[in-house]
Every structure is written in structure tokens, then in C-alpha cells.
Write a protein that binds this ligand. Structure first.
Ligand SMILES: Nc1ncnc2c1ncn2[C@@H]1O[C@H](COP(=O)(O)OP(=O)(O)O)[C@@H](O)[C@H]1O
Ligand SMILES: [Mg+2]
Length: 231
């Protein structure tokens, strides 16, 4: 089953002579439980693409279906609640609330969705899955980068979204903690049956991905699938 089907996506910025097409006719689908890496040089349109897939910006043209909902047809308010319930987003800079503890950062998302599962017990289970239960009551500002990213992963998956999007999730981490956080992210996404897209130019992430798409100048120029023997 596809959790995401994007057809003919296009996005431009600027006006007149300075108008530039940043995403050009992109077709992309992701299956439940699949991990897709999008690589490509800086400025090739990766973040713009991910922002549209995450329903934080609308494309100029094309269509996005997430879990069989055509998101183009949703109102702005509809998009906001759809995003909260169906899409988990992980940012390079984590974007946790520094003065809240690790577990409070996760509970906040659940509470926003009006869920009783914002209970401490449910959130603690998530932190355990990600190997940071021992840090649950530490303010997030005192955690290491790798620990912060695991909290951000717990927050992104707290509502069991069908689609998880991560933009340069290892960009602020050293090699070892970046690799461990990526492994934790890929494993949890697979266990929950979510589709996962990771944008990164870290070549080591290719080892974790079922499929790699390469982007240049707003287009997907190459696609490779990991063979079982290279795993
Ligand atoms: N809001 C915006 N307004 C104008 N130009 C933008 C905007 N967002 C991105 N761009 C431009 O689009 C191009 C692609 O940017 P981006 O999607 O961030 O690439 P990447 O994530 O691959 O580095 C860049 O040239 C960038 O300057
Ligand atoms: Mg980017």
C-alpha cells in the first residue's frame, strides 16, 4: 500500500526575470514500511519538496495523496489537523522546546491532538523504544545532540503517523550519534509500518534506505534500489 503518492509536483519562487522553478514535475511514491533517501546538492530543491509533502507549503502544480486523502483539496485548517495526525516531521535543528523535559516534549504533541495517550506511561514506552528513557525527566536543553534527535523522533512518531519526513536529521550530529539516531528512526518507522523519507547528503544513510533518489536542479535524476546483498 502506498502511504504517499505525489504526481507531477512543481514549485517556483520569485517573480518576473528572477522567477525560478525549484521543483519540476516530480513523481514520487512511498509504500508503508519503506524508507526512501533523497540525496542531492544544496539548493537542488530537497527541502522545498519535503515541505510540500509535509503539507507545510502548497505546490503550484501537481497532486499529493497521503493515505488516500488528496491533500490539495483540504482547507488550511483541514491541512493543519491532517498534518498533526498523519505526518511526523523531524528537523535538522530538532526544534524541541528547551525548557520542557524530554517526556514533556513528547506529551505536548499527544495533548495537542486531544489524546489521553499523552499519558506519561505511553510516552515513556516511546522513549524506551528509542533508548532514552533514562533522560525522560531532563530538560531537553541539557541533552546531547543525539539524545535531542531521539526525543524529536519520539515526538514525530507519537501519533503513529503513516508518513514520517526527516530533513537532514543527522546534519547537527557527529558521525556516531548520527548513525545511531538514523538506525533508531528507520527501525521505529518500519515497526510502525510508516513510510519514511529522509533528506540527506550523508552517504552513510544509503545503507539504511530501501531506495535512494538523487535530486539535481529540482528534478529526480537517478533512482537506485538497495539490493539485499548490499544491506
Ligand atoms: N521561500 C523561498 N523563496 C525563494 N526562494 C526559495 C525559497 N525556498 C527555497 N528557495 C530557493 O529554492 C532553491 C532550492 O532550495 P531548497 O529546497 O532549500 O534546496 P535544498 O534543500 O536541496 O538545499 C534554492 O535556490 C533556494 O534559494
Ligand atoms: Mg535543505
Amino acid at each position: 500500500m502506498n502511504v504517499l503518492t505525489a504526481t507531477n509536483l512543481t514549485k517556483s519562487f520569485g517573480t518576473g526575470e528572477s522567477r525560478a522553478t525549484v521543483v519540476q514535475n516530480i513523481h514520487l511514491s512511498v509504500r508503508a514500511g519503506e524508507t526512501v533517501l533523497i540525496s542531492g546538492p544544496s539548493g537542488s530543491g530537497k527541502t522545498t519538496l519535503l515541505t510540500m509533502l509535509g503539507c507545510m507549503a502548497r505546490p503550484d502544480g501537481g497532486e499529493i495523496q497521503i493515505q488516500n486523502v488528496n491533500v490539495n483539496s483540504l482547507s488550511q485548517a483541514g491541512l493543519t489537523s491532517f498534518r498533526l495526525r498523519h505526518i511526523g516531521f523531524i528537523f535538522q535543528a530538532f526544534r524541541l522546546i528547551p525548557s520542557l523535559t524530554a517526556i514533556e516534549n513528547v506529551q505536548l504533541t499527544m495533548n495537542l491532538a486531544g489524546l489521553h495517550s499523552g499519558s506519561r506511561k505511553a510516552c515513556m514506552l516511546l522513549l524506551e523504544e528509542l533508548g532514552i528513557a533514562a533522560k525522560a525527566d531532563k530538560k531537553s536543553e541539557v541533552l546531547s545532540g543525539g539524545e535531542k534527535q531521539r526525543v524529536a523522533i519520539a515526538r514525530a512518531i507519537a501519533l503513529n503517523p503513516g508518513l514520517i519526513l526527516a530533513d537532514e536529521p543527522t546534519g547537527s550530529l557527529d558521525g556516531a550519534s548520527g548513525k545511531a539516531a538514523t538506525a533508531a528512526l528507520v527501525k521505529t518507522a518500519k515497526e510502525k509500518g510508516a513510510g519514511l523519507i529522509i533528506v540527506s547528503h550523508d552517504p552513510r544513510i544509503e545503507l539504511f534506505a530501501d531506495r535512494t533518489l538523487h535530486m539535481e536542479d529540482g528534478r529526480i535524476t537517478e533512482e537506485s534500489r538497495r539490493t539485499p546483498t548490499s544491506a
